[in-house]
Design a protein around this ligand. Structure first.
Ligand SMILES: Cc1cc2nc3c(=O)[nH]c(=O)nc-3n(C[C@H](O)[C@H](O)[C@H](O)COP(=O)(O)OP(=O)(O)OC[C@H]3O[C@@H](n4cnc5c(N)ncnc54)[C@H](O)[C@@H]3O)c2cc1C
Length: 360
């Protein structure tokens, strides 16, 4: 095996690239966007507060993710879940004591983006080609050719698809076509969190931790339907972060910001109006796309389907990506698991091939 091309510089593609490099395999990661990370996107506020627009939390059960973090010497810290939950339902606001959680939730110290930064550094920037959206994959006896939207070509001995399967089905033309059963499964694989809108408001002080400390808010009115404390690991950089209702997509950027601040002022009074920065991310607008087909799928539908554990094109095409993971499909843990699985399967496959090539 000389060179492996990996499509997608998200958590899964980067994990696979890193694993293969450690085994001495040359890799090139081709990424559609100008930055790595995919559904992991940490923005930095005016005061330096790391705020997550994408993946944020993980639990003790997410062992693949934590193994990867350990290898990269990244620290975790516990999400604050104490104080009260403010619940707004049918115009009535009530405070509930947060139940003591048997299972804590964690975040990555410095923001989830530090995981991507560490992986990019481990793989090496020079092996990641940005703004390289793949539109065509052609399998030929001498290897696989990838063609970008701009018409540039890459040849490789094997390819790992590390993007959401439904997106691959919509964006990439495969020659020869992939098996029709796999194609159907790809079209019906739900892309986790596709369609969500996340926001964060950065503040100088955590006024929500005053007399009656509030660690989360749930509202049936919105536009913010869930809000959580987003204090960083040092305790010095603070924000409120959460999800907006889908209807907020109809609002302009300014209208969304104003509506969220107004809602927070209703709960906390004047201090909430004194924000430092506001950011949101509409994942419908992002590369993942959103269409009627996606909306009909149930959460995690076909995530971890056994067809994703198989190889195609004579062991030259493999799947990674969170949605293909056998455990915790759609989540960061699944992304890491799938990255390891693809790299290890490819290595095992190429070893078999080498042994078969040997004269007896
Ligand atoms: C709002 C939100 C909140 C989330 N919260 C959590 C959470 O709290 N905990 C958790 O565990 N998980 C969470 N997730 C899910 C988590 O982000 C994903 O599981 C993980 O990041 C997926 O990684 P991936 O590499 O499989 O895919 P992606 O991150 O989707 O990466 C795929 C990459 O492929 C690229 N690409 C796409 N098409 C092409 C193409 N044609 N050519 C080249 N490149 C292409 C994309 O640009 C992208 O960089 C959340 C996701 C979102 C959106």
């Amino acid at each position: 095996m000389k060179k492996v091309a990996i499509i997608g510089a998200g958590l899964s593609g980067l994990t696979a690239a890193w694993q293969l490099q450690q085994a001495g395999i040359a890799v090139v990661v081709v990424e559609a966007k100008a930055t790595a990370g995919g559904r992991i996107k940490t923005v930095t506020g005016k005061r330096g507060t790391p705020m997550e627009m994408g993946a944020t939390w993980f639990g003790p059960q997410h062992v693949y993710l934590q193994q990867c973090m350990q290898a990269l010497q990244l620290q975790r810290f516990q999400q604050w879940q104490g104080g009260y939950a403010l619940v707004e339902a049918q115009g009535v606001q009530e405070l509930y004591t947060m139940p003591p959680h048997s299972e804590p939730y964690f975040r990555i110290a410095g923001g989830t983006g530090t995981l991507i930064k560490a992986l990019v550094a481990a793989v090496g920037e020079q092996h990641i080609h940005y703004q390289t959206p793949i539109r065509q994959i052609t399998h030929q006896p001498q290897g696989i050719t990838l063609t970008t939207r701009q018409g540039t070509t890459y040849t490789a001995d094997a390819v790992i698809l590390a993007l959401p399967p439904q997106l691959a089905a919509h964006q990439i033309q495969f020659t020869p076509p992939l098996p029709s059963l796999l194609w159907q499964v790809m079209l019906q694989t739900q892309t986790w969190m596709n369609g969500s809108i996340k926001f964060a408001v950065e503040y100088a002080t955590p006024f929500w931790k005053n007399e009656q400390p509030i660690s989360s808010i749930f509202s049936d009115k919105g536009p913010a339907v869930e809000v959580y404390d987003h204090t960083d690991v040092t305790g010095q950089y603070v924000a409120l972060k959460g999800f907006l209702s889908p209807a907020a997509q109809q609002l302009t950027d300014m209208q969304r910001k104003d509506a969220v601040i107004q809602q927070l002022v209703q709960y906390f009074g004047a201090p909430a109006a004194n924000y430092l920065s506001y950011t949101d991310a509409i994942w419908w607008d992002e590369y993942i796309g959103c269409n009627a087909e996606q909306l009909r799928l149930s959460p995690h539908q076909n995530n971890g389907h056994p067809l994703y554990a198989q190889s195609y094109y004579q062991q030259q095409l493999w799947w990674a990506g969170a949605e293909t993971a056998g455990h915790y499909g759609g989540y960061m843990d699944g992304a890491v698991e799938a990255g390891y699985r693809a790299a290890n399967a490819l290595l095992a496959g190429s070893l078999h091939a080498k042994m078969a090539d040997k004269p007896v």
